[in-house]
Design a protein around this ligand. Structure first.
Ligand SMILES: Cc1cc2nc3c(=O)[nH]c(=O)nc-3n(C[C@H](O)[C@H](O)[C@H](O)COP(=O)(O)OP(=O)(O)OC[C@H]3O[C@@H](n4cnc5c(N)ncnc54)[C@H](O)[C@@H]3O)c2cc1C
Length: 443
């Protein structure tokens, strides 16, 4: 009999681990327990279902339980793992469908329990009309709520709040974005936040920054948001105020967390317990600029974690190479991409950091339709080592961020960037690529 691999959580990290392990080693028995009704879907697509650009939530599903079964992976939805004993390698599972509890065993275990929205301690969040967006079920609830809704308030101007602001505007709602800090995307430097604010306002989003939300007013159903700056009428509220890793199950069984509060793993996604792995938003990654564990709860990272864990369990050599913190999202006409450290963070980390911020174009100045594109480079004074950067564009030009990300993976410098042979043709770039212009300025 083959060894038994049990995966807890079946979205990005868990589904990748299960599929990869079975593919690499068909002898393995692979079982997935997922407490919700859905597995293997792209939560990243939820804002575009809300906007109506993607016609239904089912389009986001990559693989159904039936498709997994055909591959030889047994998926149990609506099954919650409630306890794990690492000594006897047994799990206690609650079947929400049948209302019964049973035991299972594992040789290899993957914890892929993901993350959950952080609900701010504001009076009135329990009322109808107040939502979070994390799962397919959250998407279903929000889609229903959009019917008949007129005024939305979104708390938090991180990328999810910004993506949903666009979706709600596309649905014709009045949208007020409420952010406690002084700009949208507050974890990044101010120029990018400034561009975002202009873009949001151009598309009719009211942006309130530096605002403290005090309460949600309503008699069981939300009617307005009380803030330090005044009252915002709203029949729909989205809390987009951050997430936390779901580490309860892991902690209870003795799995060690790292400094970020997510599960600590090595390059092979192994935890401190023999036979126990972690993957996805519940787990930390190694940050190659900071040289220490870092929590980057993103879908591409979750897939890579899962694939690494699955390969290792299947007996293959695999390592997760770490992250540099690369991300991209769309806010109306702008694509905003960041990697590494913003200047503020680099200075806090003790680097002698400087930055340049330039405006260029995404095509030659004479090419019809070429549009502005902005580049920020953060680098270390003296050595010229690149520490981070951002590219903001009106389209795919923002993917220039990947060049910077590649350099950050290799501890590249401004000189390394200047030495690169980058692509040029008038529709796609000025003759000096905007990254090179920024690097020249920095030098
Ligand atoms: C609106 C939105 C937009 C996003 N956009 C992007 C994007 O553009 N790019 C990007 O890279 N990332 C994006 N992400 C993030 C990405 O979706 C997540 O990083 C990814 O879903 C993480 O996958 P995961 O498997 O680690 O965790 P999750 O998706 O959180 O899945 C974990 C699963 O584990 C289950 N579970 C938990 N505990 C138990 C238990 N005890 N027993 C059984 N099952 C359990 C949960 O029910 C859940 O289904 C977005 C996320 C959201 C919500």
């Amino acid at each position: 009999m083959g060894k038994r691999m049990v995966v807890v959580g079946g979205v990005a990290g868990g589904a990748s681990a299960a599929a990869k392990a079975k593919r690499e080693n068909p002898e393995l028995e692979v079982v997935v327990y997922e407490k919700s009704p859905h597995v293997s879907y792209g939560a990243c697509g939820l804002p575009y279902v809300l906007s109506g650009e993607i016609p239904s939530l089912t389009k986001l599903i990559a693989r159904t339980p039936e498709a997994f079964r055909k591959q030889g992976v047994l998926v149990h939805t609506r099954h919650e793992v409630v306890e794990i004993d690492p000594e006897s390698r047994t799990l206690t599972v609650f079947d929400h469908g049948e209302g019964r509890t049973f035991q299972d065993r594992y040789d290899h275990l993957v914890l892929a329990t993901g993350a959950r929205p952080q609900i701010p301690p504001i009076p009135g969040t329990e009322q109808e009309g107040v939502y979070t967006l994390r799962t397919l079920e959250d998407g279903e609830r929000l889609l229903q709520a959009l019917e008949g809704a007129k005024r939305a308030a979104i708390l938090g101007a991180g990328y999810i709040g910004l993506e949903v602001a666009e979706a709600f505007r596309k649905r014709g709602l009045e949208v007020t974005l409420l952010e406690a800090k002084d700009r949208p995307l507050p974890h990044w430097d101010e120029e990018v936040g400034g561009l975002l604010k202009e873009e949001l306002e151009r598309h009719g989003v009211e942006v309130w920054t530096g605002v403290k939300v005090e309460a949600f007013r309503g008699m069981g159903r939300v009617e307005a948001v009380e803030t330090s700056e005044g009252v915002v009428p709203a029949d729909l509220v989205l809390l987009a105020t951050g997430i936390r890793p779901n580490t309860g199950l892991a902690q209870a069984m003795g799995v060690a967390l790292g400094p970020t509060g997510a599960i600590a793993t090595d390059e092979r996604m192994r935890t401190n317990l023999e036979g126990v792995y972690a993957a996805g938003d519940v787990a930390e990654s190694f940050h190659r600029v900071l040289k220490r564990p870092y929590w980057l709860p993103l879908g591409d990272v979750a897939n890579k974690h899962g694939r690494t864990a699955g390969s290792v369990i299947a007996g293959k050599e695999a390592r997760f190479g770490g992250v540099v913190g690369t991300a991209i999202f769309k806010a109306f006409g702008l694509a905003v991409a960041t990697t590494g450290l913003p200047l503020e963070r680099a200075l806090k980390e003790g680097y002698r950091a400087k930055k340049v911020f330039i405006q260029s174009q995404d095509g030659a100045h004479y090419y019809p339709g070429s549009a502005p594109l902005w580049v920020e480079l953060v680098y270390e004074e003296g050595t010229g080592r690149l520490l981070g950067g951002a590219v903001v564009a009106h389209g795919h030009g923002a993917l220039r961020i990947d060049t910077l990300a590649a350099l950050l993976h290799r501890e590249g410098t401004l000189e390394d960037l200047l030495a690169l042979d980058l692509a040029y043709a008038p529709p796609y770039s000025p003759v000096w690529d905007p990254l090179l212009i920024a690097a020249q300025q920095a030098r």
